[in-house]
Write a protein that binds this ligand. Structure first.
Ligand code: PBG
Length: 337
């Protein structure tokens, strides 16, 4: 039977969206956004010791790796064409203290990893985080005095940690602790120490989110954390505040901006890109990864399809790239075509 064309056309006129969708070749021709391996940054967890690959129960498929195994993994990432990795250390409990002093050890775990990867895999970018949470005995991102995370003292320490990370060979410093004034302070500190070529990816808008749960298990801060991070992370309710916070980072000299978590905050990605035009990244965080994995493991969704869909959606929302635990899996899939 024929469509009742005259009825449809009365409503649509000559507009028929499906003409461009009719065949694989038209769909390819009109495709607006594409995910490539160049868009992927792989966050990795490091542990002390050697020859260790330790699964993280709350993040199926993600492991903590000792530095030697990380070097191998970084080689694989580079071979797949992944531009950069971002490292997060899970250090010994004995090394954690009130002020996160291990962050100021030149030879701490994160710097060891940078040195080893840079030596063995010079063509992969190293992005290192300077928040203090992997180093503090209370799991907060800054220095705790009484019941306050003190801003300026934390910034001073973060600047010193950033210089040590740059000295170890880090290419991009990414401060995730959301202290005020840190971007400018880090920029000045790096420059004064001769690290003009080390960039800053500002966790410009980091929200106080429930999606970080599995990460806190991965670096063993879940059991340590006293209270919440609401006095320094942004409330999920606030979009304008997030833009104002990012504006300060831009003024202070951020080279790149990041939004974290990712998918629930795509509006923020779009607004940052529109407002500032800087390279803008989303961090598809641990809880986002785990949601997809858990549903896929139950057979409730097609995990691979949802993985690729979410990554593409970041591109549509204006992101230049995505930090994602799916990086290797997605890169392999992209390589297969
Ligand atoms: C803290 C930090 C967090 C993540 C990375 N660094 C958040 C937190 O623990 O509060 C989350 C990453 C993830 O969930 O994948 N500086």
């Amino acid at each position: 039977m024929q469509d009742k064309t005259h009825l449809v056309d009365e409503i649509t006129g000559h507009r028929r969206m499906r003409r461009n969708r009719k065949a694989d070749w038209t769909r390819r021709l009109v495709q607006e956004n594409r995910l490539t391996v160049d868009d992927l940054i792989w966050p990795v967890f490091i542990v002390p010791g050697s020859n260790i690959i330790e699964p993280i129960p709350a993040m199926p498929g993600v492991n903590r790796m000792s530095v030697d195994r990380l070097v191998e993994a970084a080689k694989e990432a580079a071979d797949l064409g992944i531009p950069a990795i971002a490292t997060f250390p899970n250090i010994e409990m004995e090394l954690r203290d009130e002020t996160g002093s291990n962050a100021l050890e030149a030879n701490n775990l994160i710097n060891q990893a940078t040195i080893a990867v840079k030596k063995a895999v010079p063509n992969i970018g190293m992005i290192t985080d300077v928040a203090l949470d992997p180093f503090t005995s209370h799991g907060h991102d800054g220095i705790l005095r009484g019941d306050e995370i003190v801003n300026d003292e934390t910034v001073e320490q973060v600047v010193r940690a950033a210089i040590l990370q740059a000295e170890a060979g880090s290419d991009i410093i990414s401060p995730s602790e959301m202290m005020d004034g840190r971007i400018g302070a880090i920029r000045r500190g790096l420059d004064a120490a001769g690290h003009q070529n080390v960039g800053i990816m500002a966790y410009a808008t980091k929200f106080s989110s429930g999606y970080y749960g599995p990460y806190r298990e991965a670096i063993s801060t879940a059991g340590l954390l006293k209270g919440d991070k609401n006095s320094y992370y942004i409330s999920p309710a606030n979009g304008m505040e997030a833009i104002r916070d990012a504006a300060l980072d831009v003024e202070e000299g951020a080279d790149m901006l990041m939004v974290k978590p990712g998918l629930p905050y795509l509006d923020i990605c779009w607004r940052l890109k529109e407002n500032f035009g800087l390279p803008t990244f989303a961090y598809q965080v641990s809880g986002e990864y785990t949601q997809i994995k858990a549903a896929a493991m139950n057979g409730w969704i097609d995990g691979e399809r949802v993985m690729m869909e979410t990554l593409l959606c970041f591109k549509r929302a204006g992101c230049d790239g995505i930090l994602t635990y799916f990086a290797i899996e997605a890169a392999r899939k992209l390589a297969k075509g």
